[in-house]
Structure formats: structure tokens, C-alpha cells
Design a binder for this molecule. Structure first.
Ligand code: GTP
Ligand code: MN
Ligand code: MN
Length: 439
């Protein structure tokens, strides 16, 4: 403590993925100021500034002492001149005028509010504000705007209250459990892990990110449409987008040569809104990772690679299976689409009446077990930790990291991983606990 409070300069590692970044910062005021500047830059379409302030915030979040003297952060990696000035103002004056101005700017708050609507991005939010639309109620009342809403926005506006109520970890685990129960009817032995912010130690979040795999590689093929079909029959689906057909070894191999956009993966996934009964009982957080430990101990990745090779040699029957799966997927997509044909008026009526359920954002990602731990790292995040991992991997190792694996594109090889620890080993990085990935 006493050593840190003096003039001694802190040293931070170059890449955020090399640092421990806990959820709770020792310098919350500075972090929130820098993140406000970053968000404001994002709203103004200034990606370079957004990143610069976000990086500076990340560095400050990783410091394990309270900043008392500006010299302690001078010369720190990724803390630029502008950020330093802001930090100095906060230490010496208690606040930064630049940040205060943003916080007191109604435009900034309107942007934040609109941005928090499911299906709405900054450009749409900006347009609305320019058209003198300021609140969610305005959006409902201004019928002249309604023709410009897409279906996602209509849902986001209708169910604004439900969807903007934070999901607790216990509630998210209960949703995971509900999905698991339905899976037992389709394919017993599936493994589900609640990833995203909850895995990083957050007590609440905006959605439940659920990774789904099966210990036997290949069993997961075609699973997602079957699951959604059943969830839909149980009246649990309000709306969603399902992506399928990428989840097979052939596609993954093709993808290796293709540069993937940083945040995009090719897993079968469903991004949607579930209808969760108000009486659904919360679950205790303790059991989230039990399955995961089991998966590591099983050490199944080796054998599953064998299975994969075997299946590839029996190409014709394999392709036949895939075709059947795609037919089923197409039918399920049609069925789900017809379910969500409700008009804006119908959605508004549905959301305002006394209902027994709440609308909850859920992401379900189906992952072949051989890629599971890379996917787990990717879907645990956070976004900035992932970004740093991928940059580091590219620049330092010359390898391509995605949620599917770690690839040497020149040689056409990849490094398997049986655990998150092994992902970090493959990356030649010290292991960082999920709770220290809050960059
Ligand atoms: P809250 O949900 O607001 O609590 O935060 P969160 O960190 O859980 O954010 P979010 O649910 O948006 O994303 C969870 C993690 O999954 C983040 O690290 C994202 O970067 C990552 N993620 C989101 N979408 C995708 C995607 O399409 N592909 C991959 N690979 N990762 C994604
Ligand atoms: Mn999340
Ligand atoms: Mn999510």
C-alpha cells in the first residue's frame, strides 16, 4: 500500500489479455469517466477514439492500487495524453469538465436509452433524436415512424420493460436448467455452461449466454433445431434468429482459410427472446461449472478427433445426415417465423396485459466438443479481452484465434485444447481466471 501511494510508477503489460482485470476497480471514478468518453465517441462514430479511451480504461481497471498521484500513471502503456488529463482532473479537482459535459448532455442520455432497445443501434437512435423523438413512449405514439421499425425493434419497444430488467445469475441459471430439462428429452447427456458476464463474476446481466455441447463429437449436429422446436411447442419462445448448417467439420476446415470478422463465429446458434414463467424458481450459482470439470476430466477431445476422421471417410452417409438436418432446420425456421408474425399492435397489446411470464434475452450456442474450450473463452469475454487475445495471437504468435480454435493458416494446422488452461498454454500466456477478464 504505502509503496504504491508514492511516486513509483506502475508497470502494465502491453496486452490486456496478459493482465488480471477484476470486476471491481480500485479507481471506479476514473474508469467510469474514461468509459463515458469511450461510449460518447462510439455514439459519434469515432471508432479510433472509442478504442483509445476503452484501452485506457482497461489499463486503469487492471491497477491494484488507488491512484493518488498523476505520476503513478504517467507513461503507462495505452494511457494517452487526453486520458491523462482526464485522470489528472479527477484526482486533483474531483471531476473532469469534459466528462461532466457529456453526462449533462440530454443527447447522450437519449442515445443511451435508445441503444438499450433490443434491435436498435446508434445510427437509428441518432435518426430518432433528430426527428424529435426522445422517449420509448414517443416511439409508440409517433405512428408515422412505425413503418420504419423492423420486427426486432417492435419486440424491443414492446417488451422494453422486461428486456431492460437485469437478469440475475440465479435467474439465468434457472433458464439454463429449464433448457437442460428439455434437452434430456432429445439427447441425454448434453453439457451446458452459462458463459458471458456471469462467468466473469457479474451478479446480473442483460441476457443468458448458454454454451451447449455433448461429450461425444457429432451428437450435437442437428441438435439446435430440435431443441428450438421443442421449446417452441412448450410455449417458451417469443422470437429469435436461428443460424444453422455451419456446425460440421467440413465447414470448419473451409473457414480456416477465410478471415473471420473478429466477433463472428460459425456455430449453430439461436439469438432470441424466451418467455419465462414468473414462478420459475431461481437456482443457486454453485453448480454452473460442475459439468465443465467433468468435461475436462473426460479428456474426450482426443477420441472425438478420431470420430471426426472416421466420419469424414464415410463422407456420403455423413452428407446425407447433414441434408436431413438441414431439411428439419428449414422446417423449424418456418415454424418459428410463423410464430413471430405478430404485428406491432399485437405485440404491444401482449406486453401490456397481465401476463404470467417475462421476456428474457437468451443466446444458445451449440459447439462441437473438440472446439468447446475455445468457444468458452470467446463467449466468456469480455469483448475487450477477446479483442486483445486475438490481436496478441496474430501479432506475437502469427496464429489466428477464433471461437473455433487456434489456427496456423500457413501450415493449415490447429492446436486442440481440453481445458481453458490449455487454450492459454497454447497461446503461451499465463492463465487468467474468468473473473479477471473484465477489461
Ligand atoms: P451482459 O450480457 O450485458 O451482462 O454482458 P456480456 O459480457 O455477457 O455480453 P454479451 O452477452 O453481449 O456477450 C458475451 C460474450 O460473448 C462477449 O465476450 C462477446 O464478445 C461474445 N460474443 C457476443 N456475440 C458473439 C458472437 O456472435 N460470436 C462470438 N464468438 N462471441 C460473441
Ligand atoms: Mn451476456
Ligand atoms: Mn449475449
Amino acid at each position: 500500500e504505502s509503496q504504491d501511494s508514492g511516486k513509483k510508477e506502475a508497470i502494465v503489460k502491453e496486452y490486456a489479455c496478459m493482465r488480471k482485470t477484476p470486476l471491481k476497480s480500485k479507481n471506479p471514478d476514473i474508469v467510469s469517466a474514461l468509459e463515458t468518453l469511450s461510449e460518447n465517441a462510439f455514439f459519434h462514430d469515432d471508432e479510433a477514439r472509442r478504442l483509445a479511451f476503452q484501452k485506457a480504461a482497461g489499463v486503469i481497471k487492471s491497477l491494484n492500487f488507488k491512484i493518488k498521484n498523476i505520476n503513478q500513471v504517467k507513461g503507462l502503456h495505452d494511457v494517452g495524453k487526453h486520458s491523462l488529463e482526464v485522470i489528472k482532473d479527477i484526482i486533483e479537482e474531483g471531476s473532469s469538465i469534459e466528462v461532466e459535459n457529456i453526462i449533462n448532455d440530454p443527447w447522450f442520455h437519449q442515445m443511451k436509452a435508445f441503444q438499450s432497445i433490443y434491435g436498435v443501434g446508434p445510427s437509428k437512435a441518432k435518426k430518432w433524436i433528430a426527428q424529435n423523438v426522445f422517449t420509448i413512449d414517443d416511439l409508440i405514439e409517433r405512428t408515422d415512424l412505425h413503418s420504419s421499425f423492423d420486427h426486432r425493434m417492435e419486440l424491443g419497444i414492446s417488451f422494453y420493460k422486461d428486456l431492460n430488467t437485469q437478469v440475475t445469475k440465479q435467474h439465468a441459471l434457472a433458464i439454463k436448467n429449464l433448457i437442460q430439462q428439455h434437452l434430456e428429452e432429445i439427447l441425454p447427456g448434453c453439457i451446458l455452461v452459462l458463459a458471458g458476464g456471469f462467468r466473469r463474476g457479474k451478479a446480473s446481466g442483460h441476457d443468458a449466454d448458454i454454451l451447449l455441447t455433448h461429450p461425444i463429437e457429432g451428437k450435437e449436429i442437428g441438435l439446435l433445431p430440435k431443441l428450438l422446436n421443442l421449446l417452441s411447442d412448450s410455449g417458451l419462445v417469443l422470437h429469435g434468429t436461428m443460424e444453422t448448417g455451419h456446425n460440421n467439420p467440413q465447414t470448419i476446415m473451409k473457414d480456416k482459410g477465410k478471415p473471420l470478422a473478429s466477433n463472428v463465429d460459425h456455430f449453430d446458434k439461436w439469438i432470441g427472446i424466451m418467455k419465462i414463467d414468473k414462478n420459475l424458481k431461481d437456482l443457486d450459482s454453485s453448480d454452473n461449472e460442475n459439468d465443465l470439470i467433468q468435461l475436462e476430466q473426460n479428456s474426450l477431445t482426443e477420441t472425438s478427433i478420431e470420430t471426426k476422421k472416421g466420419r469424414l471417410s464415410k463422407k456420403r452417409s455423413f452428407v446425407q445426415t447433414l441434408d436431413n438436418n438441414e431439411d428439419f432446420a428449414r422446417d423449424t425456421k418456418k415454424k418459428l417465423a410463423s410464430n413471430s408474425k405478430m404485428s406491432f399492435e399485437q405485440l404491444l397489446a401482449l406486453s401490456s396485459k397481465d401476463k404470467q411470464w417475462v421476456a428474457r434475452r437468451v443466446d444458445i450456442i451449440v459447439v462441437p466438443v473438440s472446439q468447446f474450450f475455445y468457444a468458452l473463452v470467446g463467449w466468456t469475454g469480455n469483448k475487450w479481452f477477446n479483442r486483445s487475445l486475438r490481436l496478441y495471437s496474430q501479432r506475437v504468435l502469427g496464429l489466428k484465434l477464433t471461437s473455433h480454435g487456434l489456427f496456423d493458416l500457413n501450415r493449415g494446422t490447429s492446436l486442440p485444447a481440453n481445458s481453458e488452461h490449455q487454450v492459454f498454454d497454447n497461446l503461451k500466456l499465463e492463465y487468467i481466471e474468468p473473473t479477471d477478464r473484465n477489461c
